[in-house]
Design a protein around this ligand. Structure first.
Ligand code: AMP
Ligand code: ZN
Length: 664
């Protein structure tokens, strides 16, 4: 086999694997084997630029940057859809069609209306040549480089496809991918994205296609346009598109009557919440393409199609009362208590009002009829007030100035949107919140003790701070409500076992404001024990890597407080770890100082978590995604193909587990 044949064969094979994985959701080879083949192809392509192909599977990782997206005129206009919201609308529409076509039997294809960004992709001789956004329907932006990175978009078609056609679809961002992106953003201190739809359409206009490649976008297709495609109906169109390698959702149905159409709508109005991506209605289309042609278009939309919008995921309801919640840190959150209302498949009774400014801005008052919205995943929020329904005796909302729990005057610091209750040690939700944080999984991880029991123990006067947990006796807790012999034993045992929790987690558990998991690790490493940390000055603290003024100030404040010092003394007496373990001290080095290391895949001699710990213990930083700042990628088995190619493109050294262990 010569080089060109080898390249062709690899491209063909990888294409098939991509299809199995991303379109059929049914992979037939391991990620590792896929990576090896992709790497082989990349190397061959690099050595033989004469065989370059813009549709090679290696293009999926992106890397091309578009400064300005060129405007492209659509060869076939991209129309909007008319909307209907009721059975009557739909029946009227059907009557108009029958009137137009004469009294012939008409079939309808029902599909889901995917909520994302529309796209038109041109294929010539089975190859993707161009992808253009809808724009104003007449012309859109050329986003081809970005679309090529979406794995479910075929770059090369299979089967018996027409020489040239456009295919239309919707680029969507499935919920779980959206959620993951947001979790990562929150972790990085960035604002989370609002909803999957805007994020999907924003993704198409990113300049760096490598960023687009990292987003778990999908392309769902629904229409083929072109001359001489040989297709005669909408339903056949969907089947053909599937055959050629496109991702066409299976939830499409050929219906003989409006009743069947309505049954489809009713079914999906409920079951759409089980789908992995957002939908906002059903699109009903006259099935026969010949009839479609006879019916034609209005100025803006086809006469042969109709979008039936699902009941809006926004509803009006009455706001009965505004109450205020006090968090662990004393932050006040106003909550709207609503007249229960059905929204996006669940009954909504409460919505967050965020802060005083938000209430003032929208002039939200008790007794108001408010407009509540729920975007896929996020807690409901109030977006407007129906002023026409405001009661005559309505009064503007007076934001509270005293804590609803302990009646202390609230404070509000410059630049902070929230009010706080400053009564840290006397305010019940702050006391229990602090103890709940202390026992939580990432802190002391006390088994056999939950948040509700903490509240109960506090109410019964058995605990006032976290150190009190270690003085609890079985005799004290057995009489409590719902406390059985066994659960009492478990609680005592769970508390006792927490003395094994290492110093850095104890430090996190103490609940010093702004001292999260990562900062706690830094401080533990820098000071080695609590005594040294407790006497550190503001300046000394700020000299520690990644510790800023705000954190330093908070740490100093914490150790100035007698109550905290007392609690620490009592915890010490119970044997809680207040210094780094000898083993840890021994194993700690600065070898990896200044290095950011990403780990990916499955490892043999150490677990992934152990690996991360080793990196940190040796002064390195664990990175979550590969960037030009990454020092090394430690690659395990089954690592995703995109990570590897990304590292290669950026010139990040890829090392094995053994090589890493050798380094330290
Ligand atoms: P609208 O934006 O409300 O005018 O609705 C028209 C848009 O719905 C089209 O531009 C498509 O992007 C989108 N759409 C989503 N799913 C479908 C589908 N199954 N058939 C046709 N259009 C769809
Ligand atoms: Zn309070």
């Amino acid at each position: 086999m010569d080089v060109e044949e080898k390249i062709d064969a690899l491209r063909k094979e990888l294409r098939e694997h991509n299809y199995n994985y991303y379109v059929l959701d049914n992979p037939t080879i391991s990620d590792f084997d896929f990576d090896m083949k992709l790497k082989e192809l990349q190397e061959l392509e690099a050595k033989h630029p004469e065989f370059y192909d813009a549709n090679s599977p290696t293009i999926r990782v992106g890397g091309m940057v578009t400064k300005n997206f060129a405007t492209v005129v659509h060869e076939h206009r991209m129309y909007s859809l008319d909307n209907s919201y009721s059975l009557e609308d739909l029946v009227d529409w059907e009557k108009r069609i029958q009137r137009n076509l004469g009294d012939v039997p008409v079939q309808y294809t029902c599909e889901l209306k995917y909520d994302g960004a529309s796209i038109s992709i041109t294929y010539e001789e089975g190859k993707l040549v161009r992808a253009v956004t809808r724009g104003d329907g007449f012309q859109g932006d050329d986003v081809t480089t970005n679309i090529r990175t979406i794995k479910s978009v075929p770059l090369q078609l299979k089967g018996d496809f027409p020489a040239k056609f456009d295919i239309r679809g919707e680029i969507v961002l499935p919920f779980d991918g959206f959620q993951k992106m947001n979790e990562e953003r929150i972790e990085n201190g960035e604002e989370p994205y609002m909803n999957p739809r805007n994020t999907a359409s924003g993704s198409l206009k990113l300049q760096d296609s490598a960023l687009v490649a990292q987003r778990p976008l999908e392309c769902l297709l629904y229409a083929i346009v072109g001359n001489n495609t040989g297709i005669t109906s909408q339903f056949e169109m969907l089947e053909k598109a599937r055959e050629w390698g496109f991702k066409v959702p299976s939830a499409a149905k050929l219906c003989e009557s409006t009743d069947e159409v309505m049954a489809f709508v009713d079914y999906w109005d409920v079951h759409r919440h089980e789908l992995p991506y957002e939908t906002d209605g059903v699109v009903v289309k006259v099935n026969s393409l010949q009839y479609q042609e006879e019916l034609g278009y209005t100025a803006k939309s086809p006469r042969w199609a109709m979008a039936y919008k699902f009941k809006a995921e926004q509803v009006f309801t009455v706001l009965n009362e505004i109450t205020y919640q006090v968090g662990r840190t004393g932050a006040i959150t106003p909550v709207a208590n609503l007249e229960p209302v059905l929204l996006a498949g669940t009954t909504v009774k409460r919505a967050s009002l965020h802060n005083a400014d938000q209430i003032e801005k929208l002039d939200i008052r008790e007794g108001d009829t408010v407009f509540v919205e729920k975007g896929g995943e996020i807690i409901p929020k109030i977006i407007a007030v129906d002023l026409s329904k405001r009661p005559a005796d309505s009064q503007p909302t007076q934001y509270i100035d005293h804590c609803p729990e302990c009646h202390t005057a609230l404070v509000r610091t410059e630049g902070d949107a929230k009010h706080y209750c400053p009564n840290e040690y006397g305010c019940p939700p702050q006391i229990t919140g602090r103890i709940q944080h202390f026992i939580s999984r990432k802190a002391m991880d006390i088994e056999g003790l939950g948040g509700e029991t903490v509240e109960l123990l506090f109410k019964e006067g058995l605990i006032d701070d976290y150190a009190d947990l270690y003085d609890l006796t079985k005799e004290q807790i057995l009489p409590l409500e719902r406390m059985a012999e066994k659960s009492a034993d478990n609680l005592i045992k769970g508390v006792a076992e927490s003395v094994k929790i290492p110093f850095e987690r104890v430090l996190f558990a103490l609940g010093i404001r702004y001292v999260g998991e990562t900062v706690a690790k830094k401080l533990a490493k820098a000071y080695k024990n609590i005594d040294a940390l407790s006497v550190a000055t503001q300046e000394e603290l700020e000299a520690v890597d990644e510790i800023g003024e705000r954190i330093a100030e908070s740490v100093v404040d914490f150790f100035r407080n007698e109550r905290n010092l007392d609690a620490i003394e009592r915890l010490k007496a119970k044997g809680i770890q207040f210094e780094l373990s000898a083993e840890k001290l021994e194993n700690q080095t600065d070898i990896l100082n200044g290095k950011t290391i990403v780990v990916s895949g499955v490892f043999e001699t150490v677990s992934r978590d152990e690996l991360k710990k080793l990196i940190e213990d040796n002064g390195g930083k664990v990175g979550s995604s590969i960037s030009s700042k990454t020092s090394y990628l430690v690659a395990g088995d089954k690592m995703g193909p995109s990570k590897r190619t990304k590292a290669e493109n950026l010139g990040v050294p890829i090392i094995t587990e053994q090589e890493f262990l050798g380094m330290i």
